[in-house]
Design a protein around this ligand. Structure first.
Ligand code: GLU
Length: 486
């Protein structure tokens, strides 16, 4: 087998804009990018958009947006295959002249009937090569009838092609299973196989790193390289990404497009770390690696053969780790757009940055994603909070003791000169005893009264940030609610 590094490293990410990129696509982009950066090579972006019927509006933008978001910068491109048709046609013409291909005039109906017949007989779908052996005369007749043919590759009938894969080793494919695959469609566009091989050659790609679902296409590519008398690049097929049930990862497992993860408030640095471990590892225990560490250590030797399991909980955990690693300023900067979008409309914009800083300092440790931040903190920004009496009383309190507790609290807090957490604690902690309540019940009551919820950041710090005026107003409102229901 060739060594990894005979030629300068040039790799590519070659997505088809047939949908928004999902984890598998971007994992391939990341591995190529890491490989290029590790070897000081080039990372090329190529949009494989020759399948006109399956093109999805906006997909190129989300591909580019996803790469930018993750910081996977490319050195060349984006090249668009749709703009390179003349090149593919020229090379297809050369293949025809050299006897490697033939025109096929079979109608869609004939091919469909053949497929159905094969399915019935439980045979794999395969073109029966009828047009491979047309006589001159038959061909001339078909030509004259105005049918636009497709161009097929003459796959050898016998023998096999071995793919030397840097991850999977030598994998042999019998020619009998390969079919006379189409190179040019009747609309004149090349198929994936033709355009992919031509571009990888013309763009001097040294290594093709792509998902293992493309391994079965690779013998066709190797045959094409042979017919064109070109040296194929080295191939490395990346393991499949699986759900926890070991089935191919899909939406059902909670997998989403990369843009969805961005919108759900995952950090790009966490995403990069997480994706890098989907099929690659440094050793059997290291989970957290910075971008620089990934570049330094990435190698194909440690890419696995077997499926990589996508674990959503691990992603959330990792995201939390990266969120806590940010400086407060940085965290605020990332959270602001989410707050802007996610807080109720009644909250006045623009948000007060100083206040946002204070609130964020209480939440940074707790939020798992940026998208959680607005719902975790909305009570800081709203004028009033809504809840019902049951929440206020919890399990331990009756209405009368809650009324007493809040009345006493209001009384004690009115005179507090410095509204800070330690002073509030010094005042409120002894009150629980005076009132004959457990701190759990008493603080629980105050927490619901000032935040409207049972789980919030530490009570005294929360009260400090909310400020005296708002706390007293909310405590009075709680009192009113209780008095109304007693
Ligand atoms: N256009 C193919 C895709 O969408 C590229 C596969 C390859 O890397 O060869 O994934």
């Amino acid at each position: 087998m060739h060594s990894e590094l005979e030629t300068p490293v040039r790799v590519r990410f070659a997505p088809s804009p047939t949908g928004h990129p999902h984890l598998g696509n971007i994992r391939a982009a990341l591995f190529n990018w890491l490989f290029a950066r590790h070897h000081g090579g080039k990372f090329v972006l190529r949009i494989e958009d020759t399948d006109v019927a399956r093109k999805v509006e906006g997909a190129v933008d989300t591909i580019v947006g996803s790469l930018r978001w993750l910081g996977l910068d490319w050195d060349e491109g984006p090249y668009f295959q749709s703009q390179r048709s003349a090149t593919y046609r020229d090379i297809a013409h050369r293949l025809l002249q050299e006897g490697h291909t033939y025109s096929c005039y079979c109608s869609a109906e004939r091919l469909e009937a053949m497929r159905q017949e094969q399915a019935k007989r439980k045979q794999p779908p395969r073109y029966d090569r009828r047009c491979r052996n047309l006589s001159q005369q038959e061909r001339a007749q078909l030509e004259a009838s105005g049918i636009t043919p497709v161009v097929r590759f003459k796959t050898p009938h016998e023998g096999e092609t071995t793919v030397h894969d840097l991850i999977h080793g030598a994998v042999a494919f019998k020619h009998a299973t390969l079919d006379d695959f189409v190179l040019l469609k009747s609309d004149g566009y090349p198929t994936y196989h033709l355009a992919n091989v031509i571009d990888d050659h013309l763009m001097a790609i040294s290594h093709v790193l792509r998902g293992v679902e493309w391994l079965s296409s690779t013998p066709r590519h190797v045959l094409l390289y042979g017919a064109l008398d070109w040296q194929p690049p080295l191939f490395a097929h990346l393991p499949m990404i699986l759900g926890p049930d070991r089935a191919k990862l899909s939406k059902r497992h909670g997998a989403a497009t990369i843009i969805d993860y961005q919108e759900q408030g995952y950090l790009p640095e966490a995403m990069v770390n997480f994706l890098a471990l989907l099929g690659w590892s440094l050793d059997d225990h290291t989970e957290l690696l910075t971008r620089e560490e990934l570049i330094e250590h990435f190698s194909l030797d440690r890419v696995g053969k077997t499926g990589a399991i996508f674990d959503k909980d691990k992603l959330e955990w990792m995201n939390g780790v990266y969120m806590r690693r940010l400086s407060l300023d940085e965290f605020v900067g990332r959270a602001l757009p989410f707050l802007d979008r996610g807080l109720p409309e009644s909250v006045q914009r623009p948000l007060d940055e100083g206040y946002v800083h204070q609130v964020m300092s209480l939440i940074q440790e707790r939020a798992r994603t940026l998208a959680e931040v607005p719902e975790l903190t909305d009570f800081f920004f709203l004028d009033d909070v809504q809840y019902d009496t049951d929440l206020l009383l919890g399990k331990d309190l009756d209405t009368q003791s809650a009324i007493n507790a809040i009345t006493t609290t209001l009384h004690s807090l009115q005179g507090v000169a410095h509204w800070d957490a330690s002073l509030l604690e010094a005042v409120l902690r002894p009150l629980a005893k005076e009132l004959g309540l457990s701190t759990r019940a008493f603080f629980g009551l105050l927490r619901v009264a000032v935040t409207g919820r049972t789980a919030a950041p530490p009570l005294f710090q929360t009260m400090e940030v909310l400020g005296q005026e708002k706390c007293l107003r909310r405590l009075s409102a709680a009192l009113q609610l209780l008095s109304g229901s007693s």
